[in-house]
Design a protein around this ligand. Sequence first.
Ligand code: NAD
Length: 512
Amino acid sequence: NFYGIKEALDSLQLSASELGVSTGTEWIKTSGETIISSSPADGKEIAKVLAADTDAYHQVITKAQTAFKEWRMVPAPKRGEVVRQLGEALRKNKEALGKLVSYEMGKSYQEGLGEVQEMIDICDFAVGLSRQLYGLTMHSERPGHRMYEQYHPLGIVGIISAFNFPVAVWSWNTALAWVCGDVTVWKPSEKTPLTAIACQKITAEVFAKNHVPEGVSNLVIGDAKIGQLLSQDKNVPLVSATGSTRMGKAVGEEVGKRLGRALLELGGNNAIIMTKNADLDMSLIGAVFGAVGTCGQRCTTTRRLIIHEDIFDEVAEKLKSAYGQLKIGNPLDESNHVGPLIDKDAVQMYENAIVKAKKEGAKTIVDGEVLAGNGYESGCYVKPAIFEVKNEMEIVQSETFAPILYLIRYSELEEAVAMQNDVPQGLSSAIMTRDMRESEFFLSHQGSDCGIANVNIGTSGAEIGGAFGGEKETGGGRESGSDAWKVYMRRQTNTINYTNDLPLAQGIKFEF
Ligand code: NAD
């Protein structure tokens, strides 16, 4: 019983063998393959999960179509009340679910709890939103006419999610989709199936208590093939996909072919600009947490530090000393700072990236290493590394999902911002400075081209209240707060004539 994981599994009602397809309280037995859920923390198998096959996928879609007709008739604030209760259920299950997230995915227990807190927060947000699905009213150019717009539920929302935020991304989508009157079909990452089953079970209990029909919350566990079925399916008007840019291009193309809607949340290549006016102590904490938190496996992980030449050597020295103090090990042990990578393939990618960086001329500041021995038996633990590089190097231009930090020198702020923007991705960015002119330049339209731009905060971690997402190869989608809900609904413009005349718009005459 590793760090109380057995109690957590019991309280989440999870066993060693689970079905991976569900429409709510009903679970569907398939002839699909078996996926093994295992932990990168100790390398042990947690459970076997029976994945979806094509037939099960279609059964789920049929159920979802019927459920949509019923669910869209429930008033939005009543749908919000169900989501409020889901938030309550998540509060009750926070420790157990947070622990399972940590154990199955490998992020620290604190981060696991943080992820569940994000789910609770988005439920709260969605409850308020359920009374604020506002459209505008406009003044008509024609006398005796009224014009306004309304937002209607869209239908089935397909959710494809990544392993690194195995539960929060699902809730960002579902909490909004459900209050908007949509039904959801979730294909989680095949690397984290058990946390998905836990979410489905928690939801099913709340939904059943509220007589929400089967088919409003659906789960189809499987690999990319199930994701492709969702992308190609005309019955799914919106596909919200989170993952690599490679996956997003494939999904975007399939959804585009049928002119469906795709909400894409893809890879990042995030930089912090440290000017000579930065508060160094604060900047270092932001940079180190941003680079090594979740073992470098956040879409918002700090991958590049663009440092003013006057402070470069001092910052590099301080980073080296901070990295020397990092404790790497079991993520459930709260005294550790850095947990494992998700699996051995990820370790291979980390090693390949370091070899490539060196070949391209990177200068080693803190070298990488795959850790072995006591406590590292899973083979997934690595040492966070730092290299001095040039921004244009091929390896620096791509996202390696591992704790490798690249340091780059600059002399003029314009040059720093140009380098920060000169990558294919456009998710998160930050500037560390106490100079108002520098920060305003960075935030202006000549500044950062990213979806997220911060001042005196690192690149990683975002609050649910803002719209989350990025530009360029990050995909352009926005999820979570602000008006991100609008993509989950269809907009209709309505004009009503309450006179006995039929005046045409633009003064056009049509008489007979
Ligand atoms: P991944 O692209 O390998 O997989 C993500 C999901 O897509 C999985 O569920 C997978 O089964 C599915 N998938 C893969 N190929 C598919 C295809 N052709 N059609 C349909 N579905 C397909 O990504 P990952 O390794 O799980 O996650 C890491 C990546 O996710 C990183 O690039 C990270 O930056 C990104 N990410 C982005 C955000 C964001 O909000 N921008 C958030 C989290 C993660």
